[in-house]
Write a protein that binds this ligand. Structure first.
Ligand SMILES: CC(C)(COP(=O)(O)OP(=O)(O)OC[C@H]1O[C@@H](n2cnc3c(N)ncnc32)[C@H](O)[C@@H]1OP(=O)(O)O)[C@@H](O)C(=O)NCCC(=O)NCCS
Length: 282
């Protein structure tokens, strides 16, 4: 499909549109088509019963979706008042990619969801350029001893009002809390709390208790924004919440480093062997 419009084929694949109130809309309205004039739109259905559901109003610049298998779903929320969406999506068997309202991107965001996983992106999420969200690694890795899959596909969840910086990668099993910022070229795997900045490879929390806002520093007045009085505050001004779950704060690494220092090498080797035996399948 290269034409932006409703679609249904004999294999049960569909492209559907929804109005802002969630009811079915017969096709993109004139406003949506005008806002997306010149957009690149390509959807490839290789299997059966795959669905693309797009809500109106919308602003599309470049959307390419490849449904490789059966029963895939892409849901894209409405967009107005934010830059257009650009995305490149691969959707496998029973997999889902669900984007909330007002998700924008300055170049095509790469999404991959296969093997029944879901990539969920909340409302008002701002993607910079060259970003990947991969709920799978594309190819399987197995444990030679047990034959178990070492790299199962796992869901990714990005909360509301998250800013993902240039070149960042979010890997399988990642969750990012509301209001957080992912730094340029970060590689994130794990749980990122709300209202914090993570950066680096692997990404770690480098700043907590932050809030960010959309107005561009040089495209929106005032052209100096030294404090919060220069912007309108979104509802996402919260302190970072801690809880007992492991996060990308590096606590696991620190514990491993301490154990390495205090335990003699033969005991460490025995513990490693034991851990391999008892480690549950993921
Ligand atoms: C992530 C970012 C927003 C953080 O800004 P910040 O809160 O001011 O962070 P700081 O500069 O105070 O740095 C805090 C620490 O994180 C490190 N750090 C910051 N950004 C980093 C990055 N992208 N990669 C690795 N480390 C980074 C700093 O070296 C510093 O480390 P230290 O505490 O050991 O000295 C910024 O560095 C960034 O990546 N900006 C690019 C955003 C972008 O992609 N814009 C594109 C247009 S949308």
């Amino acid at each position: 499909m290269t034409v932006l419009g409703p679609y249904a084929d004999d294999a049960g694949n569909t492209i559907e549109f929804r109005s802002a109130d969630g009811s079915a809309a017969p096709s993109p309205d004139d406003a949506a088509l005008a806002a997306s004039a010149g957009a690149l739109f390509r959807v490839l259905f290789s299997g059966r019963r795959n669905r693309l559901v797009h809500s109106l109003p919308m602003r599309l610049a470049d959307l390419r979706i490849q449904f490789d298998c059966d029963d895939g779903l892409v849901e894209i929320g409405p967009r107005a008042g934010v830059p257009a969406l650009r995305a490149n999506m691969r959707v496998g068997q029973d997999a889902r990619i669900v984007l909330g309202r007002n998700v924008s991107a300055t170049s095509r965001v790469g999404f991959s969801a296969v093997e029944g996983t879901t990539v969920t992106v909340g409302d008002d999420v701002m993607f910079a350029s060259d970003i990947q969200l991969r709920a799978d690694d594309g190819h399987p890795i197995f444990d030679v001893r047990t034959g178990r899959r070492a790299n199962p596909a796992r869901p990714i969840t990005v909360g509301d009002h998250v800013w993902v910086g240039w070149g960042a990668v979010l890997l399988a099993g990642t969750t990012v809390g509301d209001g957080s910022v992912v730094g340029m070229h970060a590689v994130v795997k794990g749980r990122v709390p709300n209202n914090c900045v993570v950066a680096g490879v692997p990404a770690r929390v480098v700043r907590r208790d932050i809030a960010w806002e959309r107005p561009h520093l040089s495209l929106s007045k005032p052209y100096y924004k030294p404090d919060a009085s220069t912007v309108e505050r979104s509802p996402y001004w919260n302190l970072t919440q801690d809880d007992a779950l492991p996060t990308v704060t590096g606590r696991g690494r620190t514990a491993r480093r301490v154990l390495r220092r205090v335990l003699p090498r033969p005991l460490r080797a025995r513990l490693r062997r034991l851990a391999r035996k008892v480690r549950p399948a993921r």
